[in-house]
Design a protein around this ligand. Structure first.
Ligand code: ADP
Ligand code: MG
Length: 304
C-alpha cells in the first residue's frame, strides 16, 4: 500500500499471529492494487467488468454506503481523475480543463451499470470507467488484521498502516493506548488520543502531493471539480470502533471542509468523533473526545 506498516502484538502466539497478519496485508495489497494489471481491481478496470472476491464485495458495499452518506463526495469511481493527475504513474502534472471534463464524465458511482453483492459480478459500464478502493483499503486491511489477531487469541495489539492506526484492546498493562496525531507542519504531535479498541485514522493533503508553479496538489480529489479538495482543512482525524468507516470518513470529511464536516458529525455523534485542523491553524475536537484527547495547542470543542 505504498507505505510503512507496523504491527505491535502482545501475548502468547504473538509472533505467529503477527506473521499471519502481515501475510493478510500483503494478500490484500496484491488484490486491491488498482494500478497493477494483474490485481482483481486492475483486471476489472481493464475489462470494464468482472467478479469481485468476498473482500472486494465488502469494500464495494461499504463504498456504496459512503457514497450515499456523503452525497457523492466519497466516490471510488474517481480513479480516472486520480490517474490523470499522475498519482498512479508518479508522473505528476496539472491536467487541462478539457481533460478534466472528459475524465469527470466517467465518474459517479450511481452510474455503475451493474453490481450484484451476492455473486460479486460488477459491470462498470462505459469505456475508461475505473474503480479504486484506495480511500478505504487501509481501513479494511486493519479491520482484517484485527479479526485474524482476535481469532488467534490476541487481546492486545496496535496496528499502524501508514497513519491508519487501529488499537485492539488495551496495552498489555490494561491502560489505554496513546496515539499521536501527526502535525503536518512537523515538530510535536497535534495531540494524543487515549483509547482502547478504536481506530484513529487521519487524512491530509500533506501525505502524497506534488508542486507545480508554487502550488501544491494532493491526492484527495473533489469529485465535483476534479481538483484536489481545497476545503480549508489541512488534516482530518476520525476516531471510531470501525476502522473501515474511520478510513472512509477521514477522506470524506477532508473534502467536506469545516462547516459541512461539523454538520455531518452532529447528525451522527454516536458513530464517530473527529479532530480537524484548519488551514488557519485552529484545532477543532468533537465533544466525545473531551476527556481522551490532549494537546499543547488551544482546542475548540465542537458540541452536539
Ligand atoms: P491515504 O491513503 O493517503 O491515507 P486516504 O485514505 O484519504 O489517504 O485516501 C486517499 C486515496 O483515496 C487516494 O490516493 C485515491 O486513491 C482515493 N481517492 C481520492 N479521492 C477520492 C474520493 N473523492 N473518493 C474516494 N476515494 C478517493
Ligand atoms: Mg481514507
Amino acid at each position: 500500500m505504498d507505505t510503512v506498516m507496523q504491527l505491535a502484538v502482545n501475548g502468547r502466539n504473538a509472533e505467529s499471529a503477527a506473521d499471519l497478519a502481515a501475510a493478510e496485508i500483503t494478500r490484500l495489497e496484491k488484490l486491491l492494487d488498482a494500478g497493477a494489471e494483474d490485481s482483481e481491481v486492475g483486471r476489472i478496470n481493464a475489462e470494464g467488468k468482472g467478479k469481485l472476491s468476498p473482500d472486494g464485495i465488502a469494500l464495494m458495499k461499504e463504498a456504496g454506503l459512503l457514497y450515499e452518506e456523503t452525497g457523492g463526495l466519497f466516490d471510488v469511481t474517481v480513479y480516472p481523475v486520480v490517474e490523470l493527475w499522475g498519482f498512479i504513474s508518479k508522473e505528476y502534472r496539472v491536467p487541462s480543463d478539457g481533460e478534466l471534463l472528459n475524465a469527470l464524465d466517467l465518474v459517479g458511482m450511481d452510474t455503475i451499470e451493474a453490481f450484484d453483492p451476492e455473486s460479486g459480478r460488477l459491470t462498470l459500464g462505459g469505456k475508461g470507467r475505473k474503480i479504486d478502493f484506495g480511500g478505504i483499503a487501509k481501513g479494511y486491511a486493519a479491520e482484517r488484521v484485527c479479526t485474524i489477531l482476535k481469532e488467534k487469541g490476541i487481546k492486545s495489539a496496535l496496528i499502524n498502516l501508514g497513519g491508519n492506526v487501529q488499537a485492539l484492546g488495551a496495552k498489555p498493562d490494561g491502560s489505554a493506548w496513546r496515539i499521536g496525531i501527526r502535525n503536518p507542519e512537523g515538530g510535536e504531535y497535534l495531540g494524543v488520543v487515549s483509547c482502547k479498541d478504536r481506530a484513529v485514522v487521519t487524512s491530509g493533503g500533506y501525505e502524497r502531493y506534488f508542486e507545480q508553479d508554487g502550488k501544491t496538489y494532493h491526492h484527495i480529489i473533489d469529485p465535483r471539480t476534479g481538483y484536489p479538495a481545497e476545503s480549508g482543512l489541512v488534516s482530518v482525524t476520525i476516531v471510531t470502533a470501525d476502522g473501515l468507516l474511520a478510513d472512509g470518513l477521514s477522506t470524506s470529511l477532508f473534502i467536506m471542509g469545516e462547516d459541512e464536516a461539523i454538520r455531518f458529525w452532529r447528525e451522527r455523534t454516536d458513530r464517530f468523533d473527529m479532530v480537524l485542523l484548519t488551514a488557519d491553524g485552529r484545532l477543532l475536537v468533537s465533544e466525545g473526545l473531551k476527556d481522551s484527547f490532549v494537546s499543547s495547542m488551544p482546542v475548540t470543542l465542537i458540541e452536539k
